[in-house]
Design a protein around this ligand. Structure first.
Ligand SMILES: [Zn+2]
Length: 277
């Protein structure tokens, strides 16, 4: 039997889903871990989780939207301003193409360029100061299985990718309006179901695009990236494996998967009436 691969969802909602958070996840095998996309909300959550953000060194970015990449700003600042990381200590950011890398650099450049040394000497920091960038659709991180980024249609004229880990039969659609066929050997799939009631057509819609999929495919497919009406979707009643929630952990052994919901959560506002001295 293979070493187990764990997929943990940090959040599973659309960009503005305040209960389910942003659809980013981690893949872990043994001591190796990668975060696939990171919003600012999820970066904060990984700080709250016993400063886990400080130990992450492998990041993958699927496309240049804030709910998938805004957390990289925090990773960069944390790396230099709190941890003093530079050169070989920089975290590695994996992207599928030079075009995606260029988009990320331009998004982050203005926000991250002003820096200073411990003696207050200012300097200009570019993207490469904070990150070691690796470009390519096949991602080989020591300790993890090969991760492949597959191109998918999200917003017209924008590059966007989903994730495929063939060694474990794991396939994730990425942000998309496209209903791609599952690759042969898929045992566990996740599809963007940005609806119901999604009108901009940059995500596939539960009713329009997904309900009519073949039953055997739906039986191994969980839905994610839903908006505020996620409670109305009821995917299990339509033959899907379910809807994925923040904190859900899927353990894969190459043949099958197990879903652990012991740490499943939703975000909520917590009232505070403590001291304000
Ligand atoms: Zn997106």
């Amino acid at each position: 039997m293979k070493d187990k691969l764990t997929l943990e969802w940090l959040g599973t909602g659309s960009a503005m889903n305040y209960e389910l958070g942003n659809s980013n996840f981690t893949l872990t095998r043994g001591d190796s871990k990668a975060a696939i996309d990171l919003s600012a909300n999820n970066a904060n959550m990984l700080v709250a989780r016993n400063f886990e953000l400080g130990s992450l060194v492998n990041f993958i970015a699927t496309h240049n939207h804030g709910d998938h990449i805004d957390g990289l700003e925090g990773v960069g600042f944390l790396g230099w301003n709190a941890l003093g990381r530079k050169d070989a200590e920089r975290p590695t950011l994996y992207v599928a193409s030079q075009r995606v890398l260029g988009a990320l650099k331009s998004t982050l450049y203005e926000k991250m360029k002003d820096q200073q040394l411990p003696d207050n000497t200012p300097f200009q920091a570019d993207f490469d100061f904070y990150f070691n960038a690796v470009v390519g659709r096949e991602i080989n991180i020591p300790g993890l299985p090969a991760i492949y980024l597959h191109s998918t249609l999200h917003v017209q004229d924008m590059e966007c990718y989903g994730v495929h880990v063939p060694e474990y039969g794991l396939w994730i659609s990425g942000d998309t309006r496209e209903v791609k066929e599952l690759p042969e050997g898929t045992r566990l799939a996740f599809r963007d179901a940005g609806g119901p009631g999604n009108e901009a057509r940059v995500h596939s819609d539960f009713d329009v695009d997904l309900v009519s999929q073949p039953g055997d495919e739906k039986a191994i497919t969980f839905l994610y990236h839903m908006g505020g009406k996620w409670r109305d979707a009821k995917p299990k009643q339509h033959g899907f494996a379910g809807m994925v929630m923040p904190g859900d952990k899927f353990t894969l052994d190459g043949n099958d998967y197990r879903l652990d919901t012991a740490e499943t959560f939703t975000h909520q506002r917590v009232l505070y009436s403590g001291p304000r001295e």
